[in-house]
Design a protein around this ligand. Sequence first.
Ligand code: C2E
Ligand code: CA
Ligand code: CA
Length: 683
Amino acid sequence: MAESTSLDKNDLIFDGLLKTMPVIVFVLDQSGTFLFSKGAGLKPLGLKDDQVVGLHYLDIYAEHPEIIKQIKTALAEGFLNAETELNGLHYRLFYRPLRDGQVVGIALDQTEFENLKKQSDYFITELLTAYEVSNEGMWSLHLKQGIVEHNRRWREIFGYSEDEPSNLMEHFANRVHPDDIQRVLSKVESAMESGETFNHEYRLNTPYGLRYVQDRGKVVSRDKDGNPERMTGSLSDITQDVLNQKKLEQLAFQDELTGLPNKVSSENFWKQQPKLENALPVGFAILDIDNFKLVNDVLGHKVGDVLIQNVANLIYSQLTDKSQFFRLGGDEFLIISQNITQEKCLSNLKDLLASVKKVAFHKDVNVKNTFSCGVAFYPDDGHHYDDLFRRAENALYQAKNNGKDQLVRFDMAMELAVEQRYNMLVKLQKALVRKQLFFHYQPQISLIDGRCVGAEILLRWLDDDGKLIPPNVFIPIAEQSQQIIPMTYWIIEEAFLIKQKWHNQGHFNIELAINLPAQFLSEPNLVSYLEQKAQKFNLENSEITLEITESQLMQNHTVDHFGVLRELRLKGFGLAVDDFGTGYSNLANLANCSFSKLKIDKKFIDGLSAPFHNSLQVVEGSAIVKAMLGMAKSLNLEVIAEGVETQEQAEWLKHNGCGQIQGYYFSKPLPEEDFLSFLALHG
Ligand code: C2E
Ligand code: CA
Ligand code: CA
């Protein structure tokens, strides 16, 4: 019973094997007839179990002489190991003798094994190639032997040749930066213990110089006692990333153009300084190249850049403590002077400004640059960087406003002035909407017949509190903030409207003068805008005169202002140089853009009866005005004298050939109604 069970069991196992394995088991009798044929290996041949039983091998394999020969040998000898191909499949065969001359054959289908082997060979070659050509350095440490296997990239990173190195410790000692080696080894050791992946960065000294790498690895096999045998990992060269990062960090603190530390650096520097209670003051000086914008706009940014570099170099060379010189951006520099009295600091800075302004900084810029400088002091003007910075800037602003080329020390009144300017700007922004702006009109009188031939529009602002704010207070603020642009559009629109109204009332021959800030000349399509306005209100272009102050004309060059002016003149608009004599203009330029009128500034009219002091000599005021009149005549320009307050002035001007006057002598600027009454008497 027990035996039969075990037989049954063997049968079951045998059956199971036959059904699952790629084998064929067959039995041939002595004559060569199949007695048995079973196994999953039959399926690929298109045969079922025992399908060939009763058939003779010579019939079955008539077309396979190889197989016939093989079976013949097996039947004759009983034992045979052979191989055979059938229907594209590959078999290994084992023949063994049974009783009565029978032979059992086991055919193992090798095809699948072979496919698997081919595949794994392929993978291995692929992996090896990948290993060798990879852009990652690959390594494998044989810990017991102390040797390291590596791929091409690994050797490249470390700067090794084909066959070196193999000794691990030597390799570490030769290549890893001495300051990093301890850290590297302890990382590796703790990874050996824990079995975790390590990942660290370190520096290498290679024959090609310093390199930065990132190295990762872990233990991949241990001996039976748990000691690590092999460790594998990969290594990337991160030198470029590290250098880029360093460059970025540097850029964050350094100005690229001059190589000087930048504003952020100056703040850090300030924060790091110990602030001692009774220490000497610290000077905080902001320095700015005068008229730099002009250089940039006229000669281009490249010239501007060279100028900044040269200025930076020169100032740097003159400073005793060079570590505290910063470029803030644009044409602004900061000099922090420590442990110094205020007097000494100011005199040092004055000397510096005087010595650098003697230098021509660029071969294409034959003007010598001047500098403006604003200074604030710790602790008098503040304890914090931001306060000192703001106050030095306020002082700089003041230096610019006072006519540039000078040093100004901060004082509290400046801060109040800045605050007031800011508050006024906020109110001014609402003034247009709240209809608080309106015009006064100042008559312009012909000296030939004493008649009113024109009027200058002068803007007035009645603020929220009913206070009249004079234009020379709010116009400069509007000009600095760009608020002047929408304001000027509004002025033009209103002026044309008034002029049309006067037309309708029968006043035709009144030239209307509008003040234009030079920056308005940069407005796109200005000429056609004005033309269209004139058409819309049925006015001749020549009925409008545009006044531009001489000093602004000389300053502003972003757009070709002279070109715009020429075009306006061609279209027939009147063009007047306002405040003539205060802006040092180039006469050729004035003639060039066809100005039609000079407005001699009040200061020269005031000076008619007194000697006039210019910086070089004392000149009779009347001589200057005479010269202006002569020059205007030769350039064929009309002349109007401004700020005429007395009969003597008016008579002198008439006698010397001045065409028109404007001033309190005839009339102050008037509200519209009063102006129209004036016109009724003098029109
Ligand atoms: P401005 O264009 O030179 O205007 C002449 C200024 O001199 C006016 O001052 C006028 O009232 C004043 N004035 C005229 N005759 C005499 C006189 O005989 N004696 C004295 N002491 N002063 C006289 P106002 O109206 O205060 O304007 C000052 C400045 O504000 C103007 O100087 C002009 O630069 C600016 N401004 C006025 N209105 C406008 C405007 O609508 N647009 C622009 N952009 N600026 C304007
Ligand atoms: Ca004017
Ligand atoms: Ca003027």
